[in-house]
Design a protein around this ligand. Structure first.
Ligand code: ADP
Ligand code: MG
Length: 557
């Protein structure tokens, strides 16, 4: 009995968010065992903690606690995780975590943190700036698959509580409203925005007449920025009636942008370490001779090809792209090579993509590559007849952004879910559209008339299937959509797959037509074949829509 009593004293029990906040105020280090109701706190470490307390606890800077993940909002990311987790809290912040009952690591960290705390308390050192840990729900692979099926994509929402609401003490009330609606505040930051940030951030409002006043207001005092995730129990949509007090942004792209802006480390934690994009070019000679093997090699080396575009560069385009080399000796050769046939531009994604891709390429001069790094791609994929190396990679992350924009500008395309697929597959298709990173800029359910269908497919007039096609397209409602993203036209065609579903099943079994088409006529979806066609057909179906402003909306909303 005595033993049991001691155990309770050793670890305080945190039953709710308020007690969690109180724990954060306790002086010194508190190590919290975050546990699940169904398995209880971790017994394996109790003896270790007791020993540590006996050995190091005399000046009352070392505390232990247990908290059930379900009871404390801050711990929501730990719900349903079976691995024990120990969170180290110091000075009101979560500063470290040990996953698993790793005794040696726990005791090493406890001793190190305590030593530092002692020095700080004794005034021997100032408290170092530490970034608080932000936990984000890591998804189990099965969960991800389920979400994909459900077509769910929204992950987080950014809420900005504006200076007047902050000054009036409304922050708690707003947070309460949000959490009562079943949402979880995953991160929370107070920040006085500076003018540049407000201008950049609210660029889409810059044309509004009172924008200057708005900027002045936004920099006048601290705002609170929240990242909100939908909890399991979310029973309402985000309470939007608060929007005069705070801005709520709930598109994924926009939220991501804002996350990067306000919480630069948050995205890294949420998406893994430093996932980057870079531009790769496969120059014409290599593309002609060894297309398949170079593409395979790129994927085998761990890069994901997120976008690709085959393009014959005009001389002007090549000059523009290589402007910085204009005055170098090799420029004429480079121009000639780059305009000699199709180049394949690739948007590659992986962690540290820029650096990893450049390393893999090896030295620029082919002879050097062959001598010094025979395994590098420029050595292995050198083409004897071509005077220059056959692969390009962006030099830096900034360069990569510019070069990607050059080859993959933000585009719109027209997509249609055709009558035969609308009723049964609409949700699946829309889910996959979003999953593939398209923004649905406009979406309308429309019954296409035979006249419109005839006009729409005018280019096919005279084909044996033309009449059937017009009849089919006008036999029931369709969903017409404007899809927006980098490289939208080509990427949407790729997602649709070949016109004939039999071919689609062979070549591209994941494509929409492979999944949802009935036959070559009733092939589920339509997509523009070129950027020019896209603009024409969007204008035909949506009238005078301002496409440029849609792009703006994509980035800044
Ligand atoms: P896509 O839709 O892939 O751009 P096309 O522009 O060649 O293909 O054709 C337009 C539409 O006409 C197709 O999506 C399909 O519905 C129909 N179609 C094309 N070829 C045939 C065919 N051989 N038989 C019946 N219908 C066809
Ligand atoms: Mg077509």
């Amino acid at each position: 009995m005595a033993g049991k009593k001691k155990e309770i004293q050793l670890q305080a029990t945190i039953l709710n968010q308020t007690q969690w906040e109180e724990m954060l105020l306790v002086k010194g280090l508190t190590v919290v065992d975050v546990y699940q109701a169904w398995c209880g706190p971790c017994k394996a470490v109790v003896n270790l903690f007791r020993r540590l307390k006996n050995e190091y606890g005399e000046d009352d800077l070392l505390h232990f606690a247990v908290a059930e993940a379900d009871n404390v909002l801050t711990l929501a990311p730990f719900r349903d995780k079976c691995e024990p987790a120990f969170i180290f809290c110091v000075d009101g912040k979560m500063i470290d975590i040990v996953k698993g009952a790793n005794g040696p690591l726990l005791s090493k960290k406890v001793v190190a943190v305590l030593e530092q705390e002692r020095k700080i308390v004794a005034g021997e050192m100032p408290r170092p700036e530490v970034q608080e840990l932000i936990f984000f729900e890591e998804k189990e692979p099965e969960e991800e698959a389920e979400e994909e099926e459900a077509g769910e994509q929204e992950k987080y929402t950014v809420v900005i509580i504006k200076p007047d609401a902050v000054a009036e003490g409304k922050v708690e009330e707003i947070i309460q409203t949000i959490t009562e609606a079943g949402f979880i505040v995953a991160a929370h930051n107070e920040k006085i925005l500076n003018e540049e940030e407000v201008r950049d951030f609210y660029r889409n409002r810059s044309e509004e007449p009172d924008f200057e006043d708005f900027v002045a207001f936004m920099v006048s005092g601290p705002s609170h920025i929240l990242i909100v995730v939908e909890g399991k129990e979310a029973h309402e949509v985000m309470p939007l009636e608060m929007s005069n007090l705070c801005d709520i942004h709930d598109s994924v792209e926009e939220a991501s942008r804002q996350l990067a802006f306000f919480f630069p480390d948050f995205l890294k934690k949420a998406t893994g370490p430093n996932v980057e994009r870079t531009l790769a070019l496969i120059r014409p000679a290599l593309l002609r001779e060894r297309r398949e093997s170079i593409l395979k090699r790129i994927e085998d080396d761990g890069f994901t090809i997120a976008m690709q575009k085959e393009i014959v560069l005009t001389e002007d385009q090549a000059r523009q792209f290589y402007k910085e080399h204009e005055n170098e000796d090799f420029f004429p050769v480079l121009l000639e090579e780059m305009t000699s046939g199709p180049t394949l531009a690739l948007g590659l994604v992986r962690e540290n993509a820029v650096e990893k891709w450049r390393k893999l390429l090896g030295p620029k001069v082919i002879e050097e590559a062959k001598e010094q790094c025979p395994n590098s791609l420029r050595a292995e994929f050198a083409i004897d007849s071509a005077p220059i190396n056959q692969l390009h990679g962006s030099a830096s992350a900034g360069q990569a952004a510019k070069e990607l924009e050059f080859f993959f500008p933000v585009e719109h395309t027209l997509a249609v879910i055709k009558p035969s697929a609308l009723e049964e597959h609409k949700d699946d298709i829309i889910g996959q559209v979003k999953e593939a990173g398209f923004i649905i800029s406009e979406m309308q359910e429309t019954h296409i008339t035979p006249e419109i269908a005839a006009q729409f497919y005018k280019a096919h007039e005279g084909q044996p299937f033309y009449e059937q096609l017009v009849e089919y397209m006008s036999k029931g409602p369709s969903m017409v959509m404007i899809l927006t993203k980098e490289n939208a036209v080509e990427d949407w065609r790729k997602l649709m797959g070949p016109t004939d579903p039999e071919a689609a099943k062979q070549i591209s079994p994941q494509s929409l037509r492979a999944q949802f088409a009935q036959d070559i006529l009733r092939n589920a979806v339509h997509g523009s074949s070129t950027a020019d066609h896209a603009v024409q057909s969007i204008q035909y179906l949506f009238g005078d829509i301002d496409l440029e402003s849609l792009k703006h909306k994509l980035i800044y909303l």
